[in-house]
Design a protein. Sequence first.
Length: 176
Amino acid sequence: MSLASVYLTSVQQRFLTYKELGGKTISRLNAEQLHWQPEGEPNSITHIVKHLRGNMLSRWTDFLTTDGEKPNRHRDEEFENDTLSKEAIQALWEEGWKCLMDTLASLTPEDLEKTVLIRNEPHSVVDAINRQLAHIPYHVGQIVYLGKMILKDQWDSLSIPKGQSEAFNKAKFGSR
C-alpha cells in the first residue's frame, strides 16, 4: 500500500473519531441544551454545528474543482440564534459530515498531488485536508466541553474517565 493510500485511510479514520465524539455529545442533550450559551455570548453547540456544516459543505463540495469558500455560503448566519429542533441540528451535523466523508472516500492517491483553492489561496490537497483536520477537531472539542458544562455530574466520559487510566491500561495490556 502506498503512503498516499495509508494517509487517505488514516485521515478518514481520524475524522470519523471526531464525528463520533461530537455526535455522542449532541445525542445526550435536548434542544434547549444545544442552544445554551455560557455568559459572554460564546457560541452554543447549535452555532458550532451550523458553522461546521457550512464549512464542510463549502470546503468539500466540488473539492478538486472549485474554491473551498463557495459564494453561496453565508458564514455570519451560522452564528445567529434560531429555534432549530434537536432533530434539525442532528440533520445539519450529518449533512456536513456526509459531504466531507463522501469526498474523502472519492479521492485517489494521485489527487494528493493536486492543488486546490481556499479563499483564493492555493493549498496542496494534503494541506487542505490537514487544515480541516485541525479546524474540525478544534470545534468538536468545544462541543464536548460545552456538553460537559451542561450535563455536569450527569456527564459520561467519552474516553477514559478520570481516575480510570490504570484500570484501562491493565485491561488493554494485561499485567506487565
